[in-house]
Design a protein around this ligand. Sequence first.
Ligand code: DLL
Length: 445
Amino acid sequence: MTQTASAPETSFGPAVLDAEETMSRDEIEALQLTRLQETVKYAYERVPHYTRKFDDAGVRPEDLKELDDLGKFPYTTKEDLREEYPFSMFAVPMNQVTRIHASSGTTGRPTVVGYTKQDLDNWATLVARCLRASGLRPGMKVHNAYGYGLFTGGLGAHSGIEKLGATVIPMSGGQTEKQIQLIGDFAPDAILCTPTYLLTIGDAMIHKGIDPRKTSLKYAVLGAEPWTNEMRAELEEMFDIKASDIYGLSEVMGPGVAGESVETQDGSHIWEDHFRPEIVDPFDLAKTKSDGETGELVFTSLTKQALPIIRYRTKDLSTLLPGTARPGHRRMGRISGRTDDMIILRGVNMFPSQIEEIALRIPELSPHFQLVLTRPAGQRMDSLTVKIEPRDGTTPEQRQAAAANLKHAIKVNVGSSCAIEVVEPGSLERSNGKLRRIFDLREQH
Ligand code: DLL
């Protein structure tokens, strides 16, 4: 059953939603309970890791009588997946696994995830939902600049674009010159990539004398890294587009766990017919937080066959908010950061996105910055230097004043003192996908 959404009609026609998108909160929760009961039983019976973990915690699938009983079940972490490397967390025989992806694994073993045919179909459905919510429609041309390969971004987005009925341009990440050429030649309606990579493409266009506002692009669906509303404003202005968020992570599915509606631009709706989210206190895991409170996002899959995941700790800090454009599904507040990206500077916690937010409010400063942590020789305190590029055409006096402004605003808003180094425009490394903002040089001292 489908229903016509209230989404604005484009020349590509109205949005036709999945029946689950229009379910009421009560209907969603009833569906979640049934699916959750099935999932914990399925995981317990099929994956030795879960059998052991549930037994150790003294909890059995039958104990899940209502949604809140989920809190009795043990968490799953990236380390669990690493210990079961590569395939021991799979709940189906290998001949039923249609595709494998893996996280980049900069430290240690990568985490490996698998999908059955049905899993891939559900994944494509959810990405298609996100894209539609972001303004994309069947018949549009979509330039996909998420990286293809083991990373879930490229192929995950690809299948969703096809499922939506749009035309996919499978560009992948990198080769910025080529991206610009194809955007010009193929005239896509939408682009999918990380926010910082879109910035790289826009900058490169400007340096070639191409006005990004004059391209055919009307929509962008951006994710895979934290970004702020200030960055949204920057990119929307730069390209004259509407930019929406898409969230996901490999261990839970890939892109498409949640997606934002272009009409409201108020955070991503989590597709709660497939995932049960919780917010927990990362410092006291026994504590589940209420909607509206900030903490670590935890997900349980409700339909996954190859890799059912129970209470996966994402390390992403967010909040759960009531649904708006899809009232039955809760939204997630913008990710303020990851617990492992948190800088603790003389007792004050901060995230790169706070710096992004503050810096972009200062007109002379660009969104290109890095955070460098050092411990100067002979000192017991860590130091933070914000290296940031000014806007093109700013005078030395303006740059100096902007640096002083930034220093002051960080002190007032975050509560920490740091050094500001305004570097030459174009001198900081550009993003090709997920941008690294933090450079921790403390070990070297
Ligand atoms: O980055 C999946 C993805 C691809 C999402 C393309 C959106 C678009 P991983 O490589 O496993 O998967 O990284 C997951 O990236 O835990 C967050 O920390 C971060 N992340 C993903 N989307 C967002 C977002 C993909 N919209 C990790 N906002 C997650 C903030 C995000 N952080």
